[in-house]
Design a protein around this ligand. Sequence first.
Ligand code: CA
Length: 241
Amino acid sequence: MNEERRGTIKAASARLHAGFLLAIAWLVFPVFAGAQNLALNPSFETLGHANWTAVFNPSGGATFPDSSATPPTTDGANGIAATDAAVGTYYLYPDVVLPLTGPYRISVDVGNSGGSGATDFVRVDITDTTPSSVAAKPKTDTLATPDPDVVQSVFSRSGADPVAPQARHAANFVGSAGQTVRIRFYIHASNVVTQFPFDDVQLLSGGTPVPTLSEWAMLLLGALLALFGIGWLRRRAPGIG
Ligand SMILES: [Ca+2]
């Protein structure tokens, strides 16, 4: 066998090895190939904040308008520009079922302005949705102390500590497969007008899923094919591999 032929087979063998390793990596770590945002209507481009729930206590004191005017949105044509002008607590949320056990990352463009102090504040939290937590409405979170059902705080500011324009805030937490969590945007006012704009909500899984049965089967099939392929090349060119 000439050197040219030997080199060709060596290169083919190297490509086979590299392809095999890439296939294994893709099968074991598919989530890193492109994590999906778990929040629906995450940028409020579907007006009426579809897929989100608004709670007002008492009713009529706050609004969660979809807005493209004031303040400016940070992603797409629309965002939320919440305004609170009366005594009360108000929140807007989607509930999300977590698909995997492992780390998650929540991030959002958010800001606040107005309010006179610690009794005029806004919060962004990941909260638990067990029946006892949900039944505990109205919530009693304060600026400094979130309720026990808060899994992870993302953002909390009083009127004395404004963030304008909106800025990206993020936090990590660990969740369980099948667990339902709430991405809760919370505004509380004593009697001073408080502004709470937000947009571009992203809840991403950074977890490594355990391969399913079919994925294990694909893994085994890929390994067998690669071994047969290498064996075939070795038989074609003894001493190469
Ligand atoms: Ca948007």
